[in-house]
Ligand binder design. Structure first.
Ligand code: DAK
Length: 259
């Protein structure tokens, strides 16, 4: 069905793999459109509890936007390409599911930006991160100038964005770009473990928490805190809140229904 990605639903956990290993999973427009399509399907599929995004092969998560395809774009086409990709990455960021990036190698340029659109990043020890766009005569265009400083702070972000230098997984962990670093063979297992730690909780509460974090971080603190109160209040309209608290008081495990 897809030529540049694969998608499987493994017992409610979606695994989206960027699948162009010959070019280290570089993102061309066809790939981006396929990602957009699969995200529409994922959003509509209420059997899915979480999504893991990774790259095919052992060497690369995504080595960036496809430089060969990008090299001949006009200014108008370049803007359209950035707008398409920004919309796709925003769709990932706003999916009503936890999204884990399993970073299995190079995460460069658009690949680092794709990783940053995920909620949580787990890196294999061989992962490498960079925003090398300035070495190609362009700026980061898929959200990197905005999501990187929000994740690691302005100073570190500017260093990465100005120098284009690659950092390894340990450094990415140190600066807060990734949540965890694991042996390459254990990457998918670690991603599944993270998913399990999240999905044992009330799904609607997790979804509302994601919304509160994503929405609130763009607001001033007073408005963000007010938004949090609205989200918190909404939880009391769910069956899961009643079940979660009854289970605690009854000293038993909760059985959440996402209702
Ligand atoms: N695009 C196209 N092909 C790529 C690629 C890429 N990003 N990265 C690797 N490849 C291809 C190589 O050309 C090579 O193809 P063949 O020569 O075999 O045909 C194949 O993948 C294997 O790569 P290498 O032979 O180079 O493998 P090495 O292990 O020697 O090196 C590397 C791995 C990841 C260090 C190296 O491939 C590399 O430096 N790749 C480029 C990384 C890079 O600069 N990525 C950032 C891309 S820029 C915007 C829109 C978009 C963006 C910005 C703005 N606007 C419209 C405003 C986003 C930009 C980017 O993502």
């Amino acid at each position: 069905m897809y030529n540049n990605i694969t998608f499987v639903n493994e017992d409610g956990i979606g695994i989206l793999t960027i699948n162009r290993p010959k070019v280290l999973n570089a993102l061309n427009q066809a790939t981006m459109l396929e990602i957009e399509q699969v995200l529409t399907d994922i959003k509509a599929d209420d059997t899915l509890k979480a999504l893991i995004i990774t790259g095919a092969g052992e060497k690369s998560f995504v080595a960036g936007a496809d430089i060969a395809e990008m090299s001949s774009l006009s200014a108008i086409e370049g803007r359209a390409w950035a707008q398409l990709s920004q919309a796709v990455f925003a769709k990932i960021e706003n999916l009503p599911l936890p999204v884990i990036g399993a970073i299995n190698g190079f995460a460069l340029g658009g690949g680092c930006e794709l990783a940053m659109a995920c909620d949580i990043r787990i890196a294999a020890v061989n992962a490498k991160f960079a925003q090398p766009e300035v070495s190609l005569g362009i700026t980061a265009g898929f959200g990197g100038t905005q999501r990187l400083p929000r994740l690691v702070g302005k100073g570190r972000a500017k260093e990465m964005l100005f120098t284009g230098a690659m950092i390894d997984a340990a450094e990415a962990y140190r600066i807060g770009l990734v949540n965890e670093v694991v042996e390459a063979e254990q990457l998918m297992e670690a991603a599944h473990k993270m998913v399990a730690k999240i999905t044992k909780n009330a799904p609607l509460a997790v979804r509302l928490t994601k919304d509160a974090v994503n929405t609130g971080i763009e607001l001033d603190l007073t408005s963000a805190i007010a938004y949090e109160a609205e989200v918190f209040g909404l939880c009391f309209a769910t069956e899961d809140q009643k079940e979660g608290m009854a289970a605690f008081l009854g000293k038993r495990n909760a059985e959440f229904k996402a209702k």
